[in-house]
Design a protein around this ligand. Structure first.
Ligand code: SAM
Length: 247
């Protein structure tokens, strides 16, 4: 199920803020893969800005096969004619594999070589071709312009994420579609799971404020995503979705 089938442990959502130190766990998942964990005693999601820590998280998890593309991403991409795409901060390539299965030429850019290696296995398992490029998005520049640029759950502090959004726009071909999906700030109080540092959460309005003068905004707002808890009950996570088209 796209973006579904997500299992969370029913530990209470931590009230941790950035820089506080407790280890509650858990949560969530971006595209069905359960990557958000607090590291005990090291602060809230310290790995968000640390490539090696991301590698560790992915290594611990290992290869689970295809857990499905993000449901909102699928909704957006399904409305487009296949072309060439970038999936920036694409991790293990779940969304990219979906694209490749639907006729797209796609490159995943991520700084975690462990995630990319898993992505290669995943693409091989699904018998599709996906390019994987290891790079820090804060330094990366597109080598070509593409019809679709996706950025799904890149949760980093404001200055860095805003730079990354601008890079995503830079990678768009004329008329190309931008899809930015993230954990919304309101998830802290209204939703479950996800990163608990307010710093790395944002709203659709922030995205529009940063890139709205460069792309025509087709959609921007809050969406809710059902997640299945360990005990089989369902909870709701709050995400945001911004879709734009290069003017
Ligand atoms: C929550 S995961 C989302 C992965 C994927 N988009 C998905 O939805 O399954 C965030 C990803 O951002 C990547 N990332 C974080 N900061 C990055 C940076 N500066 N450059 C490249 N990748 C980065 C991490 O390695 C991780 O794979």
């Amino acid at each position: 199920m796209a973006g579904g089938g997500v299992r969370l442990k029913k530990s209470p959502v931590s009230s941790l803020q950035s820089g506080s130190h407790q280890s509650s766990v858990i949560s969530q998942n971006a595209s069905g893969s359960g990557i958000w964990h607090l590291v005990p005693g090291t602060g809230a999601y310290p790995f968000l800005m640390d490539r090696h820590a991301w590698n560790e998280r992915y290594r611990e998890r290992g290869f689970h096969g295809h857990t499905g593309a993000n449901r909102f991403f699928v909704e957006i991409a399904s409305a487009l004619a296949p072309g060439a795409a970038y999936d920036l901060a694409g991790g293990e390539g779940h969304n990219a594999v979906w694209l490749a299965e639907h006729g797209w030429r796609v490159t995943v850019v991520d700084w975690s070589e462990v995630a990319l290696e898993t992505g290669r296995l995943l693409a091989a398992e699904r018998v599709v071709e996906v390019d994987f490029e290891e790079a820090d998005l804060l330094e990366w520049r597109p080598v070509e312009l593409r019809d679709l640029v996706a950025m799904v759950y890149l949760q980093i502090p404001p200055r860095e994420r805003q730079a990354a959004w601008c890079t995503a726009v830079d990678a768009l071909a004329p008329g190309g579609t931008l899809a930015i999906i993230g954990h919304d700030s309101s998830n802290l109080t209204e939703g479950c799971g996800g990163p608990q540092s307010p710093d790395v959460l944002y709203t659709a309005d922030e995205v529009v404020e940063v890139i709205g003068d460069r792309v025509e905004i087709l959609r921007a707002g809050l969406v809710s995503r059902p997640v299945v808890l360990d005990d089989g009950t369902t909870a709701i996570a709050m995400d945001n979705v911004v879709v734009g088209r290069l003017r």
